[in-house]
Design a protein around this ligand. Sequence first.
Ligand SMILES: *Cc1c(COP(=O)(O)O)cnc(C)c1O
Length: 392
Amino acid sequence: MKFQSKAVHAGDRKNPGSQIPVTTPIYTATSYFYDDIETVDKVFAHEIPGFAYSRYHNPTNEALEEQITALEGGAGTLATASGMAGIQIAVQSALTDRRKCILASNALYGASISLLHMVLEPFGIDINYVDISNTEATLQKIEKLQPGCVLMESISNPLLRVGEIDKIAEATKKVGGSLIVDNTFATPLLLRPLELGANIVVHSGTKFMSGHGDMLGGFVTCDTEHLDPVRTLSRVYGPVLGPFSAYLAMRGIKTFPLRMERQCQNAATVFEALKNHPRIGKVYYTGDPAHPDAAVINRLIPGELKGAMLSFEVKDAGREEIFAFLNRLEMIVAATSLGDVHTMTLYPAMSSHREVSPKQRERMGITDSLVRLSVGIEAVEDILDDLNQALQ
Ligand SMILES: *Cc1c(COP(=O)(O)O)cnc(C)c1O
């Protein structure tokens, strides 16, 4: 089946019986019993398949997990209560029997950096950073540090840099480590890191995959080796997604390929308009032929769809002018998050990079005039009209 068909069909209609619901219902039961206690014993012993307790397995979650595995590849998926819970499980499962050393991209999502420093470092895990879009520097550092795990994003936030996942995966494997890729920005429609040699893919399912701004969740999809540690950690921690959210995610994902196609097409049009706009300075976009990683992008994301995220600088604008611009927007939503059906803006200096000092932000290229745009599925004319009127 093609990607679009898998998104619609995978996971559903699993329960045998004469009346088969066309979509998977929301199973709210926390526990399950059987005709006799011997069967319960066999289920607990994993001798026969079956559900016992919702922290271990839930039919709604299982359908969603199957749907995601069908799209992302790999051996299986765990649905978690948030993207962050998914990243923590991924890192801990990767480091279970490996050197307690992480090499991370220096352009990670803010909460991922906090997770490394506030949660993992105090447990004695050594944290190191590298510019992941510099392949040579990354490969050298992998060889020198021999990290137990490498953590990167397929497309970084908010400057949209792309690293050579396949080469990084190969180098990581050579030193006995495992590669975790946060694929939230690229999504499996554009890029499937497991096919490029990554060991674990994590998602903020909250974003493009679910896509409607109505559920918080994470997905951890991994190879055979990591599936068992991921599931074991989850059974003990219990960071599982609730069945109502699992249902919303599954419903959202059925239209994800359609939405993503439209969002990417709209983003390409918005890029052309912003590039030539007199009030706009630098524009960051993965479909820009002049992108610093264009060769890598065209190799790893060869299709026409290049992503639905853009960042841009408003000329001669500081915090005050950006606030005025955001306040003038009428349709576009100025709220944290991304990937939703509605177009959204975010001001990194105020939100995702608020904790970073202004000097450090400037060095990273995240200036006070930078705005991030997540392009939605609206008519592109309306997105452009709103941007134009707000830019004045
Ligand atoms: C939002 C986001 C996360 C965190 O996901 P939550 O669902 O908010 O916990 C992690 N990585 C990236 C790239 C994100 O955009």
